[in-house]
Every structure is written in structure tokens, then in C-alpha cells.
Design a protein around this ligand. Sequence first.
Ligand code: ADP
Length: 332
Amino acid sequence: MIEQFRQSTEALPDAAVVLGKHDEIEWTNKASRQVLGLKQTDKGQRLPNLLRFPDFIRYLKSANYSEPIIVPSPVNHQMTLEVRIIPYGSGLRLLLAQDVTQMQKMQTIRKDFIANVSHELRTPLTVLKGYLETLQDMDDGQSPLLTTSFKEMQGQTERMQHLVDDLLLLTRLETQQKKHDCVDMPQLLSQICKDGSHLDNQSSRIHLALNTEARLFGEEQDLRSAFTNLLANALKYSADDTPVQVSWYETANELILSVQDQGEGIATTDIPRITERFYRVETKRRRKIPGTGLGLAIVKHALMRHDAHLDIRSELGKGSCFSCHFPIRRKC
Ligand code: ADP
């Protein structure tokens, strides 16, 4: 049985390495020798001495293996590997590395395509918008059909501009290098709530509770986009006479920003899907609410860049609470 098991793991297309308590190599399969460049004589050696990528070493040390990590292959820099570590037994770990070069290439093509299309759409849209404004100025109101057509065209070009802007923002979040700094969260949140209250006279609806003075190590522009989207949604998807509570607080392990509304809520089946690009919950009332379906995808990506996650709690007819959880090590 053991021999059969060894033979089958030896034949696996993915690299497999068994690691001991001190990161020493206990066993390797054939693919690990091909894609990770390990040799049979490396048995007993510590893996971080052989795979020297800083990200990988940090990952191995972190002992948090819930997500895989992407690293280049040490034998072929054109090859990209997705590495997972699975702890088992007493202190043992199984490392699996899969060649994801093709998938990464497809992702890059998709990102480039969206970036290029959105960028190319910008200029014609600006031109159209400009002409439309001129035509509207020239409209003498003699033809109601013309006036409503102009209004409709203006609404649609604005919608398209929001889409293009959101797509460009998403691309930036996916591709741009992080430039993190110490962000004054109380000030940023006060500003966002102030801007939000100027919008459609919503001032009496927004309540801000700053329960901590904590600042956050991150990128202000990304955080601003994320929190603005959450606040805008809370205002959009709840009645005009209900409050929206924004809170910034701290627990032993986390810094949390929550946005709570008393709006229409989201069905349990929709919750896992609303952060997908272009996913919008279709109800008669909501169809009339303008939006691109990209807001929460932006929130998710902005949070990922800050090692944070989004927690969504909602009950139909009662309201929703969107909270962003940042690890406490980001406090500055
Ligand atoms: P958009 O608001 O532009 O449609 P989002 O990505 O921001 O796009 O949100 C996706 C969907 O999630 C929305 O269409 C809406 O159905 C739902 N949603 C988001 N926030 C809330 C909220 N606070 N209350 C109820 N539904 C919400």
C-alpha cells in the first residue's frame, strides 16, 4: 500500500514536498525536482535555504496557509507557480506547487483588455458629452421630444462614464504597485461623511462614531474609494428618512470600519454574489436606482490590497451592515 501510494504521488503532475517541523525536506516527488529544482540529495535540507523568494519565506513562516501564494519557478522564471501548504499529522506539512503560467497569462490578457478598452472609450465619450451639452444649450424647448431625448442621452452618457471610471479604477487596483502611508482615518471618514451629506441633502441621515483615533497604514485614495462606495450604497438602498451609521473602532486583533443602514436588505442567496463585477440584485424598485454593479468589486479589491476583508450581514426588510476588517498590525 505504501509503495503504491509513493508511486502515485511520484507520478503527480504537481510538485509535492513533505516538510518537517523545522522546514526540513523529508520527501519530494518527481515534479518538485522539475519545477522547484529540488534534488533527491536535498533531503534534510531546510527548504527556505533552497527557495529563497522573500514572499515565500514570509508565507512559510506565517503559519497562515488559508490562501495559496504565487511565486516564479526557480528553474524557469517564465513559469509561475501557485504554492499551497497543507499541515497534517504532528507538525508535518505538505507543500503543493502547481504550474499556473497559462492561467496567469489569461488574467494578464483580461486585465490589459479591460484597461485598454476603458481607456479608449474615454475620449469619444468626452467628445459626445461635450456636443450634447452644446446641443442642450441650443435647445429652445419647442420640441418636447427633443428635450426629453437630450435628457435621456445625457443620463446614458453619464452612466457610461461612471462605468468607464469604475473599470479604470478596478484595473488600477489590480495592477498598480502599492504605495502605503499612514492614513488619518478619523479625518478621512469625517471628510467622506461630509461629502456624502452634501449629496442630495443627506446630512441628517449620516451618523459618524469615531471610537478610536487609530490611523491606518494604507493608501488613502483606495480607502476613500472603498468607503465612499459603501456609504453611497447605504444611502441609495435605504429610505430617505432612515439613518446610516458609520463607525470606526478597534478590537484586540482588528481595526473595523462599519457602515450600517436600515434599508431593504439583501437576500442570503445574493450576499456571496454582490461583490462580483456587474452583479446587481434585480428588484422592481432597485432597477430604478442608478449604479454600475462595480462598487463592491472595487471595495473588495481595495481591501485585499490592505490585507483586509469585507464582512456582510443583512436581513431583508431590516437593513445591512458592511464592515471592513483590517489586521491590527496596520495601526500606525
Ligand atoms: P451598484 O450599487 O452600482 O449596483 P455595487 O457593486 O455597489 O453596485 O452593489 C451591488 C449590489 O449589491 C447592488 O446592486 C445592490 O443590489 C446590492 N447592495 C449593495 N449595497 C447594499 C445595501 N447597503 N443595501 C442593500 N443592497 C445593497
